[in-house]
Design a protein around this ligand. Structure first.
Ligand code: TNX
Length: 527
């Protein structure tokens, strides 16, 4: 038997992982060998046909050929693979022969703006898409078809086989999101970038940053400097505060954009505003600034709806943040405003929507904003646990789009089990199966497939302080949510997912990530 073909059979190597973090190049080579196949890709592709016995090896001679418009993606892939393979992997303009080809021609129209076709043959690895975003998603699939050692941060011995076949893949929903609460605890630029790098592997294309809350204000606003310097000084439990300068925020936006992730900034209003009210006495109805707050209660603060200065403030904040944010959405929060009267809530949300629209952005908000007069373009983010909400259903019937984040399924800050060290449980315990076993298009009565813009996994950070904490709560539930958001419903299978997800564990190890080793998942031995 040809040694390549033999290798294709032998990549089914029994894994033996050390309980501690893997040290690529130090631990035994077996740690880095793992079984990859078309059936270990998450989210599962819309369609795939394996070519048994066909393998394409990436070798020292492999070049990456890219169409104009795909050079950046080729550089991204080359950089990742150079680190682990040690090969030069030159990036060249098309046309070329063999190697890895990233092409903006020849993809089926059916894959749309975000989908791709991936063909792996003995001759070449070819990714085709109609738009760069599709190529990027195809490259993420390709990463998952390589041995996990390809994710190592030091040079590994190889070989680097990719299983042969064809994948034609496109998303079910256009919006696939994660939310990070940087207000309850602050996460710096490096931590946000690290999370972005982990998210894109599962085809997330929006990162919603919850930039303000009672416990902290996290972005510099030049016309209201004390928001950051005073309001940003605290965090839950008196942990260190922090904020992004405008340059840092732009750095995050650009880093995300280079990975086809749109940043959605949220300034939560009119409730969840104690950090702002504590920074400026004149924003309070009684002219007195409340103390800064480091607890975890919700619903006690409100902007002063009758005060003209409130709208100057909102306009300044929206204008300055909008100038930093190329994406279409501005999230106005709007949740849990229990210290605002219903009439004031409506007045405030209506004016805030007008301000956001006036600055050229589409409003998104927690679904509570349906209690005001939502604009036809406003996107509602549904967070409640109930499968019935007449107001949201009525809005959907009028054409309003909904992002599904039901807390009992999608909240990444809920505990997995009672014994989980991190997290809350007001919306219930969310084991991996619970996160996977629901349908975004049937969860909420009256909000069907056509009304669902997508799915988002919010990670509130009352109990979350480190990157290791973020990873523990997001993995593996975020990939579960992203399979719901990306893969056609016809592919849905818990038993299939248990296997697919298990195959990700070794990859997370090599990437140096923390994750929850759920007993519901078939992890490769020892991982
Ligand atoms: C509810 S649901 C909140 C947040 C909390 C979270 C904790 C919603 C839009 N708001 O203020 O951080 O629960 O799980």
């Amino acid at each position: 038997m040809h040694s390549r073909a033999l290798h294709a059979l032998l990549i089914t190597v029994t894994l033996s992982f050390m309980p501690a973090a893997v040290r690529p190049g130090v631990d035994s080579p077996g740690i880095l060998a793992s079984q990859v196949s078309f059936s270990s890709v998450v989210p599962i592709p819309a369609s795939s046909v394996a070519a048994p016995g066909i393998v394409h090896d990436i070798t020292t001679n492999t070049a990456i050929f890219a169409d104009t418009g795909a050079i950046g993606i080729a550089d991204y892939l080359a950089q990742k693979l150079r680190t682990s393979t040690g090969y030069t992997l030159p990036v060249r303009a098309t046309p070329g022969v063999g190697g890895i080809q990233l092409l903006l021609t020849g993809a089926p129209p059916s894959v749309g703006a975000q989908g791709y076709q991936l063909d792996v043959s003995t001759d070449a690895i070819v990714v085709r898409a109609n738009q760069p975003a599709g190529l990027f998603h195809g490259v993420q699939t390709l990463r998952q078809l390589l041995p996990v050692a390809a994710e190592a941060t030091t040079v590994q011995p190889g070989p680097w086989p990719v299983p042969g076949g064809t994948i034609v893949d496109q998303p079910r929903f256009v919006y696939r999101g994660a939310m990070l609460d940087v207000a309850r605890h602050f996460f710096n630029v490096a931590q946000v970038k690290r999370y972005i790098d982990q998210l894109v592997l599962y085809k997330v294309n929006h990162l919603h940053l919850h930039l303000s809350d009672d416990q902290g204000w996290r972005i510099v606003i030049d016309s209201w400097p004390r928001l950051a310097t005073v309001g940003g000084s605290t965090a839950v439990n008196r942990d260190p505060g922090g904020y992004y300068t405008k340059a840092e925020f732009s750095d995050i936006v650009n880093y995300a954009a280079a990975r086809f992730v749109t940043i959605v900034p949220e300034i939560d209003m009119p409730g969840h505003t104690n950090a702002a009210l504590a920074s400026y006495a004149e924003l309070n109805c009684d002219g007195n600034a409340p103390p800064l707050y480091t607890g975890t209660r919700v619903g006690f603060s409100s902007l002063c709806v009758s005060l003209p200065l409130t709208y100057t403030f909102v306009d300044d904040v929206v204008r300055e943040l909008t100038a930093l944010t190329p994406g279409p959405y501005f999230h106005i929060g709007g949740d849990e405003a229990s210290s605002t009267t219903p009439a004031d809530y409506t007045t405030f949300v209506n004016r805030a929507q007008g301000i956001v629209a006036g600055h050229g952005k589409t409003v998104s908000g927690w679904h509570d904003v349906v209690n005001a007069d939502e604009l036809p373009s406003t996107v509602l983010q549904y967070w409640n646990t109930s499968g019935t909400n007449n107001a949201v259903a009525a809005a959907a019937a009028r054409g309003t789009k909904v992002i599904m984040s039901p807390a009992s399924k999608a909240y990444l800050d809920m505990k997995y089990q009672n014994s989980t060290r991190l997290g809350l449980k007001w919306a219930g315990l969310i084991e991996v199966q619970t996160a996977y076993e629901w349908d975004p298009a049937t969860f909420l009565t009256g909000v069907g497939e056509a009304s669902v813009l997508g799915v988002e996994g919010p990670l509130w950070s009352e109990t979350i302080r480190t990157s290791a904490d973020i990873e523990f709560m997001a993995f593996p539930r975020l990939p579960a949510l992203m399979e719901l958001a990306w893969s056609p419903r016809s592919t849905h299978s818990w038993t299939g997912f248990q296997q697919r997800l298990g195959a990700q564990g070794p990859r997370w190890r090599v990437m140096g990530m923390n994750y929850y080793q759920s007993r519901q998942i078939t992890w490769p031995e020892g991982s």
